[in-house]
Design a protein around this ligand. Structure first.
Ligand SMILES: C[S@@+](CC[C@H](N)C(=O)[O-])C[C@H]1O[C@@H](n2cnc3c(N)ncnc32)[C@H](O)[C@@H]1O
Length: 200
């Protein structure tokens, strides 16, 4: 029977021990109630790690993932902290961000996924050949994030048509809502290339 790790110390130890055994990780930032992470756990060999800042969503995700016969870590807190504190440099195979909050106001800029601190973290913690997957309904956020990643010169952008990203294979809760509202959706993957990421 698998277990869902929900405290930071145990998650740190599990990640480090699993990496030593050569296991691969997928980290989802802002997982909501964990529908996508559940799908990943059922359909891939990646060790799933997810976080959200909303307690009720995290509780739902824990309940969902606990049905599975494999280990996972579900943490209440900032996904940036998960990436920063649990993983060494070049150790994450996939980082997934599905429909992040856009934080459009100027004073919220530091919360956006495009904020340099987070972009540098992604560039550092992804392994070479690792991929960041982003889905969003917010074009300005995509443009800002895209520009920030390209400025590091170590990412290859790969677009996918809305609703056809075979990696994702399922439609998240928010995505369902945006489809019903007929919003334009954008899905991009960014492959981490060999070489040093620039600090712009
Ligand atoms: C629009 S919802 C998308 C939820 C889910 N990914 C989906 O596609 O259905 C954005 C989620 O990100 C979470 N969130 C916002 N900032 C976060 C952060 N810094 N770290 C982790 N989760 C965050 C929110 O609580 C919310 O559940």
């Amino acid at each position: 029977m698998g277990s869902v790790i929900t405290d930071w110390d145990s998650a740190y130890n599990w990640v480090r021990n699993s990496l030593q055994r050569g296991e691969k990780f997928l980290v989802e930032v802002g997982m909501g109630a964990g529908e996508f992470l559940f799908w990943v756990a059922e359909n891939s060999s990646f060790n799933p790690v997810g976080s959200d800042i909303k307690k009720k969503r995290v509780q739902k995700a824990i309940k969902r993932l606990s049905l599975l016969d494999r280990n996972s870590a579900i943490l209440l807190g900032d996904g940036k902290r998960v990436v920063r504190d649990l993983f060494p440099s070049g150790s994450i195979s996939k980082i997934v961000i599905n429909y992040p909050d856009p934080w459009p106001k100027k004073h919220q800029r530091w919360r956006r996924i495009s904020f340099p601190f987070f972009v540098d973290l992604i560039a550092d913690r992804l392994e070479v050949g690792g991929v960041l997957h982003l889905s969003t309904d917010h074009l300005p956020l995509l443009e800002e994030f895209y520009a920030a990643l390209m400025a590091r010169s170590c990412f290859l952008p790969i677009p996918s048509k809305p609703q056809s990203n075979i990696f994702r294979g399922m439609i998240t809760r928010y995505e369902t809502q945006w489809i019903l509202e007929e919003r334009d959706l954008y899905q991009w993957s960014f492959l981490k290339k060999k070489g040093i990421c620039k600090n712009p």
